[in-house]
Design a binder for this molecule. Structure first.
Ligand code: MG
Length: 346
């Protein structure tokens, strides 16, 4: 046991050599409920593991990212998106000498609250539930309450802050409405999320034949590169260079995570192109309309038949509608489709 204690302490001591702006696990604002520290892992390493072992994390593999019910095996799912975000974010955090464990924990947890059928499901629940629905708030609700049969994962404050503040209005990349995250590690995940999705969505849209390489704006290709890997590499390298103050090299410069003006402009152009040619077009598709019907049907059915909710969704103190939202939002695409079929939706 004495040896094990040294293992965590050694990891905590290593954190002392991180940037002065890094979030250190020993300086965490802590967990809502006190727990004895783990003898082997730091608090952030432990949070990362808890998210990885959660049921909500496992369900990500059967949740849509953008393309609903794609026929190919190589489309991005919510799980592969999450892993890409974690990978990109860790690369940036490591380069800037920030806390990689905290970064990874936030990244793995950021999208746990996504509904079945991607943003389509989110929009339907937001429209139906009188208090509204946002996937980032649901991610927080999962880690604070729903996992472990209503006990939650009892994560540290910094991980929860990064999870709930990861989302942004798409048009405001790093703009005034970008939103606040308290740690630089959280800011990294927020921007890594965009890097991952604009790039894999181009890849998937090409795969689906919705766009061709020639459709990509010339200025985007010139600034970011002609291939998926080149574009990710350009964005990641640019962020590292433009956020170098986060390493603590120059105390006179405010540390933030950002991009240079040309790369930011090209990223926005790419995002706008995706909105016009992929996201909005996708929203009008038959599969999308079917997905809306499924979520509406399930929401109405379980509100009328509360007794049919699984036991674990009947024990919380919240109102019925809230419990129905929790259940429906937690479903995978396949589960929602199967359930709707069993309940008579043709
Ligand atoms: Mg995401």
């Amino acid at each position: 046991m004495i040896i094990q204690l040294n293992i965590r302490q050694r990891a905590e001591e290593k954190e002392e050599s991180l940037s002065p702006y890094a979030a250190k696990s020993t300086e965490s604002r802590g967990r809502a409920g006190y727990e004895e520290p783990c003898p082997i892992r730091t608090a952030f390493q432990r949070d990362r593991d808890r998210i990885l072992y959660s049921k909500a994390f496992r369900r990500l593999k059967h949740k849509t990212q953008v393309f609903i019910a794609p026929l190919g095996d190589h489309y991005v799912t919510r799980l592969t998106h999450t892993l890409e975000v974690a990978q990109i974010a860790r690369t940036i955090a490591r380069a800037l000498n920030l806390n990689e464990d905290l970064t990874e924990a936030i990244a793995l947890g950021h999208d746990l609250g996504h509904t079945p059928f991607g943003h389509v499901g989110e929009d339907v629940l937001d429209e139906l539930y009188h208090r509204g629905f946002k996937h980032n708030e649901q991610s927080l609700r999962i880690v604070e309450l729903l996992e472990k049969d209503g006990r939650g994962l009892n994560l540290t404050w910094e991980v929860r802050d990064g999870i709930v503040n990861h989302s942004k209005s798409g048009v405001e990349i790093l703009g005034p409405d970008w939103g606040l995250v308290s740690t630089l590690e959280g800011q990294i995940v927020k921007i890594a999320d965009i890097i991952a999705y604009v790039n894999h969505d181009v890849d998937d849209a090409l795969r689906a034949g919705v766009i061709t390489e020639k459709d990509l704006t010339l200025s985007v290709v010139r600034t970011l590169g002609a291939s998926h890997s080149q574009r990710i590499n350009t964005m990641v390298s640019d962020i590292i260079i433009n956020s170098w103050a986060a390493t603590g090299c120059d105390k006179k410069v405010e540390p933030t995570i950002g991009m240079s003006a040309p790369v930011l402009e090209a990223t926005k152009t790419l995002w706008e192109f995706l909105c016009k040619r992929v996201y909005n077009v996708n929203a009008a598709e038959k599969d999308t309309e079917r997905a809306r019907m499924v979520v509406r049907h399930l929401y109405r059915y379980f509100n009328e038949h509360e007794d049919k909710l699984p036991l674990e969704y009947r024990v919380y103190s919240d109102d019925r509608e809230r419990r129905v939202v929790d259940y429906v939002a937690g479903m995978t695409d396949q589960y929602a489709e199967r359930m709707a079929g069993e309940l008579g939706l043709e």
